[in-house]
Design a protein around this ligand. Sequence first.
Ligand code: PLP
Length: 367
Amino acid sequence: MGNSHVTVLEINLNAIEHNLNVFKSRLLPETKVLAVVKAFGYGSSSVEIAKFLESKVAYFAVAYLDEGVALREAGIKTPILVLHPQKINLEEIIKSCLEPNIYSVTLLKAVIEAAKNLKVQNYPIHIKFNTGLNRLGFTKKDIPEILSLVKNQQEIRVASVFSHIAASEDLNEKEFTLQQINTFKEISTQLIPQLPTKPFRHMLNTSGIINYAEEAQFELVRLGIGLYGFANDEAETAKLQNVITLKSVISQIQTVEKGETVGYNRAFKAAETVKTATIPIGHADGISRQFGNGVGYVYINNKQAPIVGNVCMDMIMVNVTDINCQEGDEVLIFKDQMHIEDLAKRTNTIPYELLTAISQRVKRTVK
Ligand SMILES: *Cc1c(COP(=O)(O)O)cnc(C)c1O
């Protein structure tokens, strides 16, 4: 395999560093940054990103145990928060030196039990509060029970308390967001003084940093999509550099005569003679069928070439009638942030989904 697969997702590490610095410049110098590298680093490569950022951030976060294990196996030593563990993962999490998000009484009891079984002391855990997203987390009324479980035991310590904003990118929801921030502050003020050690607090994701750095940066922020070059709007995204480029080549050029069709189900019918290029990337690589029939487009020699007919499992055909190109020429499937944003808009989704959809069949390279 190796280089035999010509479709590659190229990761620009200098751009990651630039983007990190853009966000750092919006924060107080003492505020720590956690880099979110879940879902293979938003579809790039969590290992490459984590290796590169290890000396530049305080923490990493992944969603699941196995994502954290992959980073440990790659030699990453930085603390890693596991955002969505299950009870059955807790012993493995501790053995792998990963730090669980504890979001329920069940999980809190289980992590103390797991730490006991493994004979560890002061093991760092992170307590999550639900302040309005209604996804995961304790509520204010759980504070007495949290305290009674946490006090009088040596096994675990609360390293941080945190919450997550439901609509940090949407300033129409500012009132709701400020209420979430307020609820979190109340909870922290009530809980923290009663804990034996002082945990750090965190609430902001990428768009939270952009919109609420003043109100809610606390001691740490959780930076995800911003690292990979995307922000709330065009003006903010323009300050960031492009990290991800998805590239391929033209396998073959076809001349399709008037009346002939292209691809499965004969979805495209030529109204006049057209020239198409076949590219080795398909829905098995993460190019959704929604991109078919002119919805999506690639760049060839700096010109847009719309996808013709249906997306196949391993290939797409694009219209290159007006493009000077030949077999072997480079094709940009994801050229830059603007291209990805536009493709997301055209398929009623968001860049997060397009990036994380790129399957593991596509080779990752770093630049
Ligand atoms: C994914 C995630 C983030 C990162 O969000 P971005 O919008 O990508 O910055 C932060 N916090 C939690 C809890 C998450 O699940």
